[in-house]
Design a protein around this ligand. Sequence first.
Ligand SMILES: [Zn+2]
Length: 268
Amino acid sequence: MDQSAAVYGLKTLKVQGFKVSTSLFIALGAVVGALLGSTASALAYRIPVGMNVTFARSECPSCHGKIAAYDNIPILSYLVLKGRCRSCHERISVSYIVLESSMSLLYATLLPLYRFGYVQIGIYLAVFIAVTGAVVDLKIRRIPNKLTYVGLLGELVLVLGRSIRSHSLAPLEHALLALIIFGGFLFVVALATKGMGLGDAKLMGVISLALSSFGLYFIFYVFLGSFALASVVGISLIVSGRASRKSAIPFGPFITLSFLLALFIPKL
Ligand SMILES: [Zn+2]
């Protein structure tokens, strides 16, 4: 390649670079998000009934027939099958396609914003754990350890990676401090009261680790935000007569919602 071609090539790459890579990240986010949404749906169905969460093939909840791989493509299969099982024609819960398309949309928005790195992978992992945890919490009023432990472990490994790469203990120290302050606070609240579960504390721990590089203040806003959202929704439910002051409202979904909203706040 002669010199002018190389320069020209570089120029075109620069001119088109932004658009090409942005749409690439959106497409990648949409696909990855749909797959994660499908995994989240499977976990939200399997964990509450105590099914094997790892290698079991998907099956129809009505006829228990195994679902073929070509009928298990996120979003598309639901549309092709018009929301019914291929063998027994029973309706497939609309929650599958809702979760798959929301996760697809979420990751398609997040990937171009955050792109790749240790911190970013940590955020994508925390989003998956938080959304799946919120869905399970709404179903069974509990966030399973299987989810939060995977989240805590994964986040710690990523933080350790950042510390090793930067030859500094600072990322690890900040992360552990965030975990102890926010996860620890909810842990104490959970032990002292019945309104909060230990699962909520562990979920807050996962999110604190994931956001630790943005500073303690930023996590504090997420923390306060979850209580603010829970109060607003709780009061509205009581005022509208759909809940009494003694109703237990799961807290996990509010932690998740506050976390997701915070991801779209510009960070300094
Ligand atoms: Zn079926």
